[in-house]
Design a protein around this ligand. Structure first.
Ligand code: GAR
Length: 197
């Protein structure tokens, strides 16, 4: 199974997945990192791990369709079977999702459908929620949406700060995402026949 990770930022999930592959917990080959931000720390991580980096900046293309076509061409040439979004802060178009339907995973730092978007951890604190968590799901045409594969809950403590909660959420993500990818790669997770949500 040929895997591509899409990421835009720090890349701690990228590293957790790389580690699981190196330890043979995930039976997949990480073929490329697709990144839309050349200065993102994840690019450094990929270079250190000798993972090929495909840099695609949206500004270099006239339209989103052209931008995505450039990505699709690389996915095709590297025969990618599975895409794991790991902090890729860009919505994929419905036509991209249809092309790779059932083969795109995403991780999100909340119990979806609560707190979608790019500030989910802060939003949970601001809303004085008692719990939040992490969701791994198949991607559909909507943002942070699609059939849920795994969710785990985390209690928000009264003395939690953003950075304390972020730490616990990331630690949970680094356990959950490799596990889900491992299950997918060994054929134990399939896109549901009737997605429901
Ligand atoms: C992760 O917390 C991931 O759940 C989140 O971005 C972070 C990336 O961290 N994704 C989203 O918010 C998607 N809507 P990382 O770069 O250290 O892996």
């Amino acid at each position: 199974m040929n895997l591509a990770i899409f990421a835009s930022g720090n890349g701690s999930n990228f590293s957790a997945i790389v580690k699981a592959i190196r330890q043979s917990r995930i039976k997949a080959k990480l073929v490329i990192l697709v990144c839309d931000r050349p200065r993102a720390f994840v690019v450094k991580r990929a270079k250190k791990e000798k993972v090929r980096v495909v840099l695609v900046r949206r500004e270099d293309f006239v339209s989103r369709a052209d931008f995505e076509m450039a990505i699709i061409q690389r996915l095709r040439s590297y025969k990618i079977d599975l895409i794991a979004l790991a902090g890729f802060m860009r919505m994929l178009s419905p036509s991209f999702v249809r092309r790779y339907r059932k083969r795109i995973l995403n991780i999100h730092p909340s119990l979806l459908p609560a707190f979608k978007g790019s500030h989910a951890i802060k939003d949970a604190i601001d809303h004085k929620a008692s719990f939040t968590g992490v969701t791994v799901h198949f991607v559909d045409e909507q943002m942070d949406h699609g059939p849920v594969i795994l969710q785990e809950r985390i209690k928000i403590r009264s003395n939690d700060t953003l950075s304390l909660l972020e730490k616990r959420i990331h630690a949970l993500e680094h356990r959950m995402y490799p596990r889900v990818i491992e299950l997918f790669c060994s054929g134990r997770i399939k896109y549901p026949k009737r997605p429901g949500i």
